[in-house]
Ligand binder design. Structure first.
Ligand SMILES: NC(=O)c1ccc[n+]([C@@H]2O[C@H](COP(=O)([O-])OP(=O)(O)OC[C@H]3O[C@@H](n4cnc5c(N)ncnc54)[C@H](O)[C@@H]3O)[C@@H](O)[C@H]2O)c1
Length: 285
């Protein structure tokens, strides 16, 4: 396994909400980053998001460097082979087991044998993803929170065959990126989403069943339980497609108490995915 002191290039797979955030924090920590998506348009959009986010942080005086210097450390690409230079890879592509297994089989080929391969999956089994490679001991979950540049926490998820040294590496690497960690076994939803997803789905059901209007559900949970966002706001923020994928995995693994709310499904089918499409439970400019 490549030691933390030997890391200079961080590979990121996926340039969406999470991938570009992970690229940004890695570049901010001084690493060179190769961020790969499947279409140039997605890569460009990811790079634009990083630029906007860095400008916002610079305006608040929260960067030690000029935003351009950080941005310049991120190379966007659609070419998988460009990940060959990576010393560690974090995958943040769509929440789909077949897609992730294909990506990990490719990463196993393209990267050096001693490179740790991490996945940002919200709910999928690290062990199943790792079994697509010939180095399951080097595969681990590094579950960043959204928005990555703002949220302090990273959940380290240890698969059946993950080596202890790789788990230690994952905690240390996340700390190098300015994060604090906790560890979960590879059980569906880990700590965070096992508890969060039923909370969100219950908020949606409460709205759909007329318990209160949506603003009062969010306001009630914020003022009543001291969370920064209510369930409907948070669902929009995460992306309703991501909430549905996560809920369906938990439902399949853990049974009926994890059944996704009907209205989440209907909105995903309508293409109203939350902030990222301009409309979910609320409207966004
Ligand atoms: N959104 C959240 O709040 C959140 C929080 C924690 C973890 N996650 C997890 O992070 C991962 C990414 O979620 P997201 O919200 O960034 O999704 P997203 O839809 O914003 O981005 C996913 C990106 O992956 C790209 N992609 C698809 N197949 C690919 C491939 N083979 N190679 C490279 N890129 C590919 C897509 O084109 C897209 O740009 C998922 O596993 C999700 O469950 C999401």
């Amino acid at each position: 396994m490549r030691e933390l002191s030997e890391i200079s290039v961080v590979g990121v797979v996926g340039a969406g909400t999470m991938g570009n955030g992970i690229a940004q924090v890695a570049a901010t920590a001084g690493y060179d980053v190769v961020m790969r998506d499947i279409e140039t348009e997605y890569v460009e959009r990811g790079l634009d998001s990083v630029a906007e986010s860095l400008d916002r942080l610079a305006a608040k005086d929260r960067l030690d460097e000029e935003p351009e210097a950080i941005r310049d450390r991120i190379e966007g690409t659609t070419d998988l082979d460009d990940l060959a230079t990576a010393d560690v890879v974090v995958e943040a592509a769509v929440e789909n087991m077949d897609v992730k297994r294909d990506i990990f089989a490719d990463l196993d080929e393209v990267t050096d044998d001693d490179v740790v391969l991490a996945t940002n999956t919200s709910t999928l089994s690290i062990t199943t993803i790792a079994s697509a490679t010939d180095r399951a001991s080097d595969v681990i979950g590094l579950h960043f929170m959204n928005p990555v540049p703002i949220m302090a926490g990273v959940e380290v998820v240890v698969g059946e065959h993950t080596a202890d040294a790789v788990a230690d590496f994952a905690h240390d690497f996340a700390e190098k990126l300015g994060k604090e960690t906790w560890e979960s076994d590879d059980k569906p939803g880990f700590v965070t989403n096992r508890i969060l997803m039923p909370w969100i789905n219950e908020g949606v059901r409460a709205y759909d069943e007329g318990v209160a209007d949506k603003a009062d559900i969010d306001r009630g949970m914020k003022l009543g339980t001291n969370v920064p966002m209510g369930p409907l706001e948070l669902a929009d923020h995460i992306g309703l497609d991501v909430v549905l994928d996560a809920s369906e995995t938990l439902h399949a693994e853990l049974g009926d108490r994890y059944k996704p709310a009907y209205l989440v499904k209907r909105k995903v089918e309508a293409g109203d995915l939350g902030k990222k499409t301009g409309r979910g439970f609320y409207e966004y400019k």
